[in-house]
Design a protein around this ligand. Structure first.
Ligand SMILES: O=C(CO)COP(=O)(O)O
Ligand SMILES: [Zn+2]
Length: 215
């Protein structure tokens, strides 16, 4: 049964999904979005759905154990989303995209798997922080859940190798903002590759983390 709060969250998922899709931040039927419900379950975007054309009424609802309750069949990444929530009780929403520059970084052989993108800007530090790389798995592989478990407690965002970012936030808005910041910083990183850019110092990063703690 849908509550008023459910309906507000369904509308929000559709609005943010369309905004992300319309700006080219994910293509075709790629990407997925979820939000946590008060009863411990989740709303998740349906599998093979275009984020630009979501029908709020068809968004999938799952119970706290990940069982599909109603709506269309959920995203094949439901196990990944649930594993991330399991490590992050403070997170209320997760966004996964195939945003081009972030995916490009996820394919580079030289990235540090503990920290894929250096702290180039203050907003990257404030919204994303250190970004670990998750080894390649097929989309929807349930083993992706285990692969993020060791990382998601300490990191609100992870980068799936040769695939894309998965970003948690204390609200859907926060998760979207962080995903956008990650994509723009991935673009900057690629633009500046080979130019020995000056990143923020450890002191500047520590100052930002103290002043603007991430959830
Ligand atoms: O991005 C995707 C898989 O990683 C899209 O999958 P779904 O269509 O099942 O959500
Ligand atoms: Zn994907």
């Amino acid at each position: 049964m849908s509550t008023r709060d459910d309906n507000r969250l369904r509308e929000q998922i559709a609005v943010y999904g369309k905004s992300l899709f319309d700006r080219g931040l994910t293509m075709g039927s790629s990407g997925n979005i979820s939000v946590r419900l008060d009863d411990g379950g989740w709303l998740m975007t349906p599998t093979n759905a275009c984020l630009g054309r979501l029908d709020p009424a068809r968004i999938s609802r799952l119970d706290r154990d990940g069982r599909h309750l109603d709506g269309a069949k959920p995203t094949k990444e439901s196990v990944l989303h649930m594993a991330m929530y399991g490590e992050r009780p403070q997170s209320e929403a997760i966004v996964h995209l195939h945003s081009t520059h972030s995916v490009a970084v996820s394919c580079l052989p030289e990235v540090d798997p503990c920290d894929c993108i250096p702290p180039l800007t203050a907003y990257y530090v404030m919204r994303v922080g250190r970004l670990p790389l998750v080894p390649y798995h097929m989309p929807g592989d349930p083993a992706l859940g285990d692969a993020v478990k060791g990382l998601a407690g300490k990191h609100s965002a992870v980068l799936l190798a040769n695939h894309g970012p998965v970003v948690a936030g204390k609200s859907l808005e926060a998760a979207v903002y962080a995903t956008e910041e990650l994509e723009e910083t991935a673009k900057l990183y690629l633009l500046l590759r080979g130019q020995n850019p000056r990143g923020l110092t450890d002191e500047q990063v520590a100052e930002l983390e103290a002043r603007f703690p991430r959830d």
